[in-house]
Design a protein around this ligand. Structure first.
Ligand code: SAM
Length: 255
C-alpha cells in the first residue's frame, strides 16, 4: 500500500508503542477509576457500550476482536451480550485488569486474551466476525493509522464488520475540542491528542468501504431524554457525525 513505507514510520511507531506500553503499565490499576467511576463517566460508559453493540450489529455467538482491549470495559460488555470476545493489547497490566473484570463477571471462555501489537495481529486472515478499536487512534498521529487499519481489516471475515472510534477535530463545531485541547497543552502540559478530520477518512480507509456515525452530542446530558434523542439523531449518520462527542467509522467487508 502507498503509505506503508516505512522504515521511518516503523522506527517512529515502535518508539510510540513503547512509550504507550510504559505509560499504560503504570496507568492500568487506576485507568477505569479516573475515567469512569463518577456519575458522568458511568453514564457515558454505559451509553457507549450500548451504542457500540448496536453499531456492530453482530448476533450472539459471533466472534469479536477487541483491539486494544485495555481494561476490558467494552469487551466484557460484548461478551455479556453473548459474543465470543478476544481482548488484544500491547500492555500486559491493562489486560490483567481486563482478566479481573472477566472473572468477576464470570465470563469464562467468552472473553479470552492475547498480548501483542495491533499493527501486526497474530491471527489468520478472515478470522473474526467483528473487529472493534475503541479509544485508540487518538494516541497516534493520523499518518500512522493506516498500517493498523489495514491489519484490522485483514482479519475481518467477508460479511463481517470493522468498527473504529475516533476523537473528532470538530466535536461541537470545534468550540469544545480546541479550547479543551488548549487547556490540556498549555495549562496541564499534556501531549497533544490526535484529532481526526473528515478529509483524512479517504486516505486512511483507501480501498475499504466505510460509513460514518456520530455518537453523543456535547451538552446533551443537560437536555430532557426526548431533546437529547432529537439532537443525537441529527448527527447519528454521515459526515455530520464529526460534530458529535465520538465518531465511529464502520466498514462491512464485501462477501
Ligand atoms: C486509552 S486505552 C483504551 C482501551 C479500551 N479500548 C477502552 O476503550 O477503554 C489504549 C490502549 O491501547 C493500548 N495500546 C497502545 N498501543 C498499542 C499497540 N500498538 N497495539 C496494541 N495495543 C496498544 C494500550 O496498552 C492501552 O491499553
Amino acid at each position: 500500500m502507498a503509505d506503508q513505507k516505512p522504515d521511518v514510520e516503523k522506527g517512529k511507531l515502535s518508539e510510540i508503542e513503547s512509550h504507550y506500553r510504559n505509560l499504560y503499565t503504570k496507568e492500568a490499576v487506576q485507568y477505569d477509576a479516573t475515567r469512569f467511576n463518577h456519575e458522568r463517566g458511568q453514564h457515558f460508559n454505559t451509553k457507549e457500550q450500548q451504542a457500540i453493540h448496536k453499531l456492530l450489529d453482530l448476533p450472539a455467538g459471533n466472534t469479536l476482536l477487541d483491539v486494544p482491549t485495555g481494561t476490558g470495559r467494552i469487551g466484557a460488555y460484548m461478551a455479556e451480550q453473548g459474543l465470543q470476545v478476544t481482548g488484544f493489547d500491547i500492555t500486559r497490566n491493562m489486560m490483567l485488569e481486563a482478566r479481573k473484570l472477566a472473572e468477576s463477571w464470570e465470563l469464562g471462555n467468552k472473553f479470552v486474551f492475547v498480548e501483542g501489537n495491533g499493527r501486526e495481529l497474530p491471527f489468520p486472515t478472515a478470522s473474526f466476525d467483528g473487529v472493534m478499536s475503541i479509544r485508540f487512534f487518538h494516541l497516534l498521529p493520523t499518518p500512522l493509522h493506516r498500517p493498523f487499519v489495514v491489519d484490522m481489516w485483514r482479519v475481518v471475515k467477508p460479511g463481517g464488520t470493522l468498527l473504529i472510534q475516533y476523537d473528532s477535530a470538530l466535536t461541537g463545531g470545534g468550540l469544545i475540542t480546541w479550547p479543551r485541547e488548549a487547556h490540556r497543552r498549555l495549562i496541564k502540559k499534556h501531549k497533544p491528542r490526535y484529532y481526526f478530520w473528515p478529509h483524512q477518512l479517504a486516505s486512511v480507509f483507501e480501498g475499504i468501504p466505510y460509513e460514518v456515525h456520530g455518537f453523543s452530542v456535547p451538552g446533551s446530558r443537560f437536555l430532557s431524554a426526548k431533546g437529547a434523542d432529537f439532537v443525537e439523531n441529527l448527527v447519528a449518520t454521515g459526515v455530520k457525525g464529526f460534530l458529535a462527542n465520538r465518531v465511529f467509522v464502520k466498514a462491512v467487508k464485501p462477501l
